[in-house]
Design a protein around this ligand. Sequence first.
Ligand code: TXA
Ligand code: MG
Length: 350
Amino acid sequence: METKHIKIKDLISQASDMEDAADLIRSGEVVAFPTETVYGLGADGLNEEAVKKIFQAKGRPQDNPLILHVDSLEMLKRLIVEIPKDAYLCMDKFWPGPLTILFKRTHIVPGIITAGLDTVAIRMPSHPIALELIKKSNTPIAAPSANTSGRPSPTRASHVIQDMDGKIAMIIDGGETGVGLESTVLDLTEDVPMILRPGGVTLEDLREFLPQVIIDPGLLEGTGDHVTPKSPGQKYRHYAPKALMILFSGDGDKVVGEILERARKDEAEGKKVGLLVTEENQHRYPEKNIVVMGSSMDKNTIAHGLFDAIRKLDEMDVDIILCESVEEDQIGMAIMNRLFKAAGGNRIYL
Ligand code: TXA
Ligand code: MG
């Protein structure tokens, strides 16, 4: 399939381009578009055949449900049984924005969206192009991240092109995404509000409004294999570079020392070693095959650049990636969740 590429700089003067994109969505095709978190792979969320094309393009397992993106409360209300009180609080504060909320679904929502669950994940994105596409399409847009399943999520149109060119009808280039990591997935359908995936809205942000909010125990390490994460997507190896990756955590100086040591050893064995490190520590390593993920003084820069950094290391064709950790507060929780998954659980504590 020939993929159409459009670049949107101004929604007003380019209204007809957005109309073309919405026409494709309405006619059951797949369009990749920017959101404030990562690029999404969008299709009409009420059209089962259209949604099937998303799964095909990504190579996504059918048991992993999708998020529906809405532009208004009216659109939301058609999809769900009720809006719990806590949801009003969160929507008021964080919508439009990087928070996905689980609701009890109505029968309008096709089973393919929810993988047969009776809950549906919904968010209202804040990116103007995303909102305009939903509005013009006049339907909730189902959109997972626009990467091939298992690869790092795309934060630039060039990443989407790498993974999706030739497989979908259109790619809308809206520049780099802002947050850089996916939305927080919050379950409000049980007695205690629970974060199923840490993301752009932090635990600290949510606690202000939902003091009782907890993290899905299945997400935390050390709980053993018997606790399965509630969000199906969290059980897969995700965000994964092609190379083996090891995450080093603990005392900062020890981490640097251990990475240097391990790099020497692997290089002596003829392996090509890549380093994924913070700006502050960059000067402490040899310059070869090093990618800076951002500044530990401002973790938002790390969130913003993380997936691009992992893709860059892939392009260098390294055999092994040695990676620093960041503090797990604020957006650091989402960063460490993605790094831990990218490393397939390979984490060394020092
Ligand atoms: O920021 C984002 O959320 C991006 C942009 C495009 O909006 N989308 C995204 O979608 O990250 P995806 O499909 O890559 O991740 C959706 C996550 C998965 O972990 C999935 O298992 C979970 O949400 N999810 C969706 N519906 C669910 C449900 N009913 N119950 C539990 N988890 C659900
Ligand atoms: Mg994804």
